[in-house]
Ligand binder design. Structure first.
Ligand code: HEM
Length: 455
């Protein structure tokens, strides 16, 4: 167990908050390099902190009521902030992740049924198939870097769920282009934090441009080919036939393509990071790994983890929730206010921006007991922590809550349960990676690990 354990309690890596006496320039510099380290005691101790920013105000919220107001009850007064369009726009401008207003409403109604429970049950066996291939690979090469290996796994799962096994699909090429877009063009840079007008294009490296072009061409080709075989039942076919339930209107070709790309971008890195941090925590805290193992053996024996087992794997799910509490893959959401209003008793002007900091909300002593300790049982002792309005929102909240949440949870429970049951996970004892925010929250430098098959 790592040296930061005290009396059996494991305190995993935490982004160092500002002390509060750094001064403006140093504080800004720290924020630009790793935004989640750019907040001081005020942001942890107060529900809302407002600072002047380029002639407007920037409000930092780390409070469930404030989050629910912005994302839920008053969501009609807010859009995503320009920074989102700047980073995601080049890849998914016309997709659910980026659009607003009526276009968003129409798309969400069309796309949400793709992720309904009845489809999840059909997708579970595909996850099992991908897991079997993945395990065969690590049996041959057990030394892995967790983040890269989990990104590979979750990409393969999504490719199978979204696309099935289309003839002639160059999956490696598609994976390479998606990874390049996520880790290159889709990574936060200090210049993104400046108030560029929406019409100013974001410079992207020639390599990033090539990856984007490849990804768009591949998505166009896949959709065109699938249009010729309407009988398939994978998610792309559902996307192509998706209709607004009231008007019957279908998505345009551009919307279909940007959504397909959006699912790959939003769906594989986030789930990969959840699994990376969860495996890291299990590697550092073996009693947790042992409890998962016993639970999976009791529920599934040596067989595959099935769809109907997911709700029975209570501790495995609690470990995943505790992982996303400590390391929310999307650690900060943003919004721009479109009309004057009041949030948490504060006057808000149109044009003000919000940082909705679930990383801070998940770790503040105002809302949690021993917030820095790794304690999955808190989700078993207090199941209400998962209820609407609780201070735990790794998937966001309100009408724009993650549309792929059920899929992500199913995949993560199946993957973590299978891997921990079947493998001993060894992580170097001194591995204590700093959480680094690059839009998502990654372990800086990665996590080297060895997965050794148990039987
Ligand atoms: C552990 C895994 C995941 C996490 C933590 C996560 C987190 C989030 C969060 C926080 C949002 C809200 C963003 C905002 O309000 O600004 C979101 C939205 C979204 N997510 Fe996920 N996500 C995950 C997996 C997935 C998967 C597997 C898919 C699809 C296959 C997906 C697709 C989307 C899409 C399309 C949206 C936009 C929804 C809308 O605006 O209506 N996500 N996700």
């Amino acid at each position: 167990m790592n040296s930061s354990s005290q009396s059996g309690v494991f305190y995993p890596p935490h982004a160092k908050p500002l002390k509060g006496d750094e001064g403006f320039l140093k504080g800004t510099w720290i924020f630009l390099r790793n935004p989640i380290e750019g907040f001081g005691p005020m942001a942890y101790n107060q529900p809302i902190v407002s600072v002047p920013a380029f002639g407007k105000k920037l409000h930092v919220i780390s409070d469930p009521k404030g989050m629910m107001d912005v994302l839920g009850t008053q969501s009609g007064k807010f859009t995503k902030a320009p920074i989102d369009a700047r980073i995601l726009g080049p890849a998914t401008k016309e997709g659910l992740l980026s659009v607003h207003g009526e276009q968003w409403k129409r798309q969400r109604k069309s796309v949400a049924p793709m992720f309904a429970k009845r489809h999840m049950r059909d997708l579970a066996p595909l996850i099992t198939e991908v897991m079997q291939d993945f395990c065969a690979r690590i049996d041959k090469a057990p030394d892995i870097e967790l983040n890269a290996a989990m990104a590979e796994l979750t990409f393969d799962v999504l490719a199978k769920a979204l696309l099935g096994d289309p003839q002639g699909l160059d999956k490696d090429n598609l994976k390479f282009a998606t990874r390049n877009v996520v880790t290159g063009a889709g990574t936060l840079r200090p210049d993104d934090l400046l108030p560029w007008p929406r019409w100013v294009p974001r410079p992207i490296s020639p390599k990033g441009m090539r990856a984007l072009r490849k990804l768009k061409n591949a998505a166009d080709a896949l959709i065109a080919a699938r249009g010729l075989e309407p009988e398939s039942d994978d998610l792309v076919s559902l996307l192509i036939s998706a209709q607004d339930p009231h008007t019957g209107r279908r998505l345009t070709a551009r919307e279909q393509r940007d959504n397909l790309i959006g699912f790959f971008i939003a769906g594989h890195e986030t789930t990969a990071l959840t699994l990376t941090w969860a495996l890291y925590l299990c590697g550092m805290h073996q009693p947790t790994a042992q409890r998962i193992r016993e639970e999976v053996l009791q529920v599934c024996g040596q067989g595959d983890v099935q769809y109907d087992d997911i709700d029975k794997l209570i501790f495995t799910r609690a470990v995943l929730d505790e992982t996303m509490r400590l390391y929310p893959p999307a650690p900060m959401l943003n919004r721009e206010c479109q009309e004057d209003t009041e949030i948490l008793g504060r006057q808000i002007k149109a044009g003000d921006t919000f940082l909705l900091c679930n990383y801070i909300m998940h770790r503040t002593e105002r809302l949690w007991e021993t917030p820095l300790a790794f304690d999955p049982d808190r989700f078993i002792r207090q199941p209400e922590l998962r209820a609407k309005g609780a201070p735990f929102m790794p998937f966001g909240a309100g009408p724009r809550i993650c549309v792929g949440m059920a899929f992500a949870i199913m995949e993560a429970v199946m993957a973590l349960g299978t891997l921990i049951r079947d493998y001993d996970i060894e992580v170097p004892e001194d591995c204590y990676p700093r959480p680094l925010m690059t839009v998502t929250l990654r372990p800086e430098g990665g996590v080297p690990a060895r997965l050794v098959r148990r039987v």
